[in-house]
Design a protein around this ligand. Structure first.
Ligand code: PBG
Length: 294
């Protein structure tokens, strides 16, 4: 049930630790293959890929470059780690010079042109061989647009795992260092959800399912266990929960100070997410948890 996120950069032999996420690395494609193969040997069947492009621009065009790190990693993983489920994150924030998840016009995110870019990115991931695309941008209508683009380009079998209930959270901080995707100005409040609102989460899930999502995700996990529960109970569909970077970093930091028993705290945390109803848990702890559960 674990999916293991990987950050892929260009080059060879690159393995750069993310300072706020001990044990998490930016990996070149060859290293990502090694990491995924080792994870697979420990029982992890799926990875979620994020990309660090060499060049960024205002419209995030590296997101659909067939030679970019994610597309290259998908091809390499499908070739070299048989049976591994390869999921790709679809968003523009790692690819735009301003770090926003969409195209910016007059200091606002322009929804519809952003959706077009996201659909192009998803199609290029599918062309590289991705099994599942996972849009994390939170633009309106992107799931439907990605579904029709995939269908019209010969990828009807590629599934969509939508970040359906993605809250505007303080717990994404370390990820933005890992993925070099912090917004240069403003924040993500115009499209990510208000932490106080649960009805909107249910509406977002219903919309994404209507548009063709196969799996829906709640994110972050720990501060939204009730939302996971409500989504699973209400819709009965495959539900993923993302145990995000800040949640991982908190445990790591406390463990490094000797303030908690890390293996126990890790398993208690992941068990809680499971108990809340998650079928899939996306976590940087995937390998450690798989080893602990052996
Ligand atoms: C991209 C994206 C983010 C995460 C996953 N995809 C960051 C954000 O929305 O700023 C966060 C994952 C994590 O914190 O581990 N939009």
């Amino acid at each position: 049930m674990f999916i293991y996120p990987l950050f892929v950069c260009s080059g060879e032999g690159q393995r750069r630790e993310v300072s706020s996420m001990p044990g998490v690395y930016q990996l070149s494609v060859d290293e990502a293959v090694k990491e995924a193969a080792a994870a697979k040997a420990e029982g992890i069947n799926g990875v979620l890929l994020f990309g660090l492009p060499d060049e960024k621009d205002a419209i995030g065009s590296a997101a659909y470059d067939p030679e970019a790190p994610v597309q290259s990693a998908v091809r390499a993983l499908k070739r070299e780690v048989p049976g591994l489920l390869v999921v790709t994150d679809v968003c523009l924030c790692e690819y735009t010079s301003h770090g926003h998840c969409g195209i910016v016009v007059d200091d606002e995110i322009a929804n519809d042109p952003s959706v077009e870019q996201l659909a192009r990115a998803a199609a290029s991931h599918a062309a590289a061989g991705a099994d599942i695309v996972a849009p994390s941008d939170m633009m309106d209508g992107r799931v439907g647009r990605i579904r029709s683009t995939l269908d019209h380009n010969g990828f009807p079998h590629v599934a969509i795992m939508s970040y359906a209930a993605k809250y505007c959270s303080a717990f994404y901080g370390p990820f933005r260092e890992a993925a070099d995707s912090a917004p240069a100005f403003g924040d993500r409040r115009s499209h990510q959800m208000d932490p106080a609102n649960v009805q909107e989460a249910l509406r977002e899930v219903a919309l994404d399912l209507d548009e063709g999502a196969d799996i829906v995700m709640v994110k972050p996990a720990l501060t939204y266990l009730d939302v996971i529960w409500r989504v699973k109970a209400e819709f009965g569909v495959t539900t993923a929960a993302y145990h995000v970077s800040g949640e991982y970093a908190m445990l790591k930091a406390a463990a490094r100070n000797g303030w908690i028993d890390e293996p126990r705290a890790m398993l208690e945390t992941l068990t809680a997410i499971r108990r809340a109803g998650a079928d899939i848990i996306i976590t940087y702890y995937a390998r450690e948890a798989a080893r602990a559960l052996e």
